[in-house]
Design a protein around this ligand. Structure first.
Ligand code: FAD
Ligand code: NAP
Length: 573
């Protein structure tokens, strides 16, 4: 990581005790891992977790950059599994800040005592399926070796920041940081000459705030993005009262929507079946409402080219009216991909920030970055001196954190080889040839296309139910059927092909990481439809999954936890 400071800096060793054998090894302690710990405990499994960070929180532990907040409304970006929890927590803003969301994660962890079976500061470096024993053998960067009957990955979809891809960083005399691994201690921006590279959601959230603090801010933009105003503020009391009148039902309804959030102003119409006047009025209403409504107000914005062009033209006009300098406005207008086919950004004052005297926009398609120098950044046009460089360059999304686990399945097959042309997975829950391995929000599930607190709860509950089914029925092994997996992959690809999403060079397509296969990584048929499908598969007797009863030591219910003798001294292995 060169001279970058990360959130790990300055963390001291904590006492930790790691068992030799458990029912489940659970990797990750973000919202998915935390809920899985709770759920597995509820069904009587002994689970033990590893987390690379020194504490819980996942995304909200790592992404501490100025301006970081959710863009799904806080009232919906909330666990729904416990009515008491829904009652006990109050959000202060419509879109909560990173510190408040991290506080929430801590509140949940404390309330359900979720930290005690997690080894922090510990990265899983390999996991291998031992066929004879029907066990997973999990290894960490601290030398731990743990065997488990089941392995559950909750490693996150956006947890592996891309390494800075620009040469010369080792020569830079100033400081550099990444939005996705922001230091825990404050980063001094006041009075500094700051560069931001990247204009995705992280860049777009941080740029307005960095501009207020820095002496001078230079934004290096490769591709302009679509952003809509968040209209953040305190939670609307009347709306909150309406939601809280039956919060559990509100959350249940969210699971019956395409995006895991309420459809508050969606028309269900095609943008082309209304008059131009009505179309404009609906777009204005969506723009004024915030959230992702501009993308959802008509049903065909991301599938019909004309509807899409109308929405794009609407946003182009908004950018032109927000940015005083017409030349800068033109640079900020996305023209190379359809509206909404790269993750839409929600902002507070993003476009207006470019009206400030201390903010400069550098279009690196016109004047590419040649490299980082001792003083700053050199483009083909000139050298820019900086004290601080912020990389807001995104993540190796969805597959990156899973591949980093170095997983070896049945018959010695490596996940990395199996996925060399793109990920294969059945429902995003299991991978054929990797028995008893479950993936929360795995590739080809809706994951990042919906409210992720909902997709997490759904997957964790599905996995826990499946394991419970096995435990109760003497089934020791489950694997995805490879034909079912191929059929699912076709369905996922066909769904994506009917949309405009495949026309964008997005991280949804793996296009942001050099050399990554170009495959649409998610199921885009809608969270509601996906949930129905998963439920139908279970009620039909787990279609596409193969269960095997296996006799021997590793039969269900027999493993529980095995500690070595040193556990009592709190020694790690
Ligand atoms: P994560 O929170 O990513 O947690 C995964 C954990 O696994 C991490 O702590 C990581 O350190 C750990 N881990 C990974 N690999 C290993 C390993 N090999 N060994 C040990 N530990 C490992 N989603 C929404 O729905 N709404 C939003 O508004 C929203 N805002 C976001 C804002 C930002 C800045 C980002 C980056 C993402 C946002 N997301 C949002 C997506 C967000 O990632 C999910 O909502 C959610 O927090 C994911 O939880 P998770 O537990 O699945 O994964
Ligand atoms: P991102 O959307 O992938 O954006 C990365 C930006 O960096 C893009 O502008 C990209 O340009 C640029 N970039 C990447 N590599 C570069 C390079 N080598 N040189 C120059 N520029 C480069 O990443 P992100 O902003 O971190 O967001 C990722 C996802 O996290 C979001 O889409 C969202 O799902 C989630 N998120 C949500 C929020 C929220 O509002 N709640 C906030 C942050 C993140 P190109 O477009 O040309 O590749």
């Amino acid at each position: 990581m060169g001279n970058s400071d990360t959130a790990l800096a300055g963390i001291s060793e904590v006492d930790r005790a790691v068992p030799q054998k458990v029912d489940v090894v659970l990797i990750g302690a973000g919202f998915a891992g935390l809920y899985a710990h709770h759920k597995f405990r509820e069904i009587g499994l002994a689970a033990f977790g590893f987390e690379a960070a020194p504490d819980i929180g996942g995304t909200w532990f790592w992404n501490r950059y100025p301006g970081a907040r959710c863009d799904v409304e806080s009232l919906d970006y909330t666990y729904s599994f416990s009515p008491e929890l829904l009652d006990e927590w109050r959000w202060s803003e419509r879109f909560a800040t990173q510190p408040e969301i991290l506080q929430y994660a801590n509140f949940v962890a404390d309330r359900f005592d979720l930290r005690r079976e997690i080894a922090f500061d510990t990265r899983v470096t390999a996991a291998e399926y031992d066929e004879a024993a029907n066990e997973w053998v999990v290894r960490t960067d601290r030398g731990d070796i743990v065997r488990s009957h089941y392995l559950v990955s909750a490693v996150g979809s956006l947890s592996l920041p891309k390494a800075p891809e620009i040469t010369g960083l080792d020569k830079f005399a100033g400081r550099w940081v990444q939005t996705g691994a922001w230091p825990r201690e404050p980063v001094d921006v006041a009075g500094k000459r700051v560069a931001v590279i990247g204009t995705g959601s992280s860049g777009i959230q941080s740029i307005p705030i960095l501009a207020e603090q820095a002496a001078h801010l230079t934004v290096f933009q490769r591709t302009p993005n679509y952003s809509v105003p968040a209209h953040n503020g305190p939670v609307d009391a009347a709306y909150e009262a309406q939601v809280r009148a039956d919060y559990a039902e509100h959350c249940r309804q969210n699971r019956r929507t395409k995006g895991g959030v309420p459809s508050r102003i969606n028309t269900g119409l095609s943008a082309m079946e209304v008059s131009e006047e009505e179309r404009r009025a609906r777009f204005e209403q969506a723009w004024g409402f915030g959230t992702f409504s501009l993308q959802a107000v008509f049903r065909d914005i991301t599938s019909n080219e004309q509807s899409n062009a109308a929405a794009a033209a609407f946003v182009h006009d908004k950018i032109r009216s927000a940015v005083k300098d017409p030349a800068i406005a033109e640079k900020l207008i996305p023209k190379t991909f359809p509206f909404g086919t790269k993750r839409l950004c929600l902002d507070t004052n993003y476009y207006a920030t470019f009206n400030r005297d201390n903010v400069e926009l550098v279009d690196i398609r016109e004047t590419p970055i040649e490299g980082i120098t001792r003083a700053g950044i050199r483009t083909t046009e000139r050298e820019y001196p900086f004290d601080l460089i912020v990389f807001a360059t995104g993540f190796d999304a969805i597959t990156g954190p899973l591949l980093a686990l170095n997983i070896t399945g049945e018959g010695g097959r490596k996940l990395r080889d199996e996925w060399k042309d793109g990920p294969q997975s059945y429902l995003g829950l299991m991978i054929a040839g990797f028995p008893n391995l479950f993936t929360v929000n795995g590739p080809s599930s809706p994951s990042v296309l919906a409210n992720m607190l909902q997709t997490i709860e759904h997957h964790v509950e599905w996995i826990a139910d499946c394991i419970d089914h096995m435990e109760k029925n003497g089934l020791a092994r489950v694997d995805a059927d490879s034909d079912a997996q191929v059929a699912w992959a076709h369905e996922v690809a066909n769904m994506a092909a009917k949309t405009l999403y495949t026309k964008a060079d997005s991280w949804y397509m793996g296009a942001n990481v050099p050399g990554k296969p170009r495959v649409f990584l998610m199921y885009i048929g809608g969270f509601d439809r996906y949930v129905d499908r998963c439920e139908a598969i279970v009620s039909e007797g787990y279609t596409g999954f193969r269960f095997t009863p296996v006799a021997g030591d590793s039969a269900p219910g027999q493993s529980s936890v095995v500690w070595t003798g040193a556990h009592s001294q709190g020694t790690r292995f």
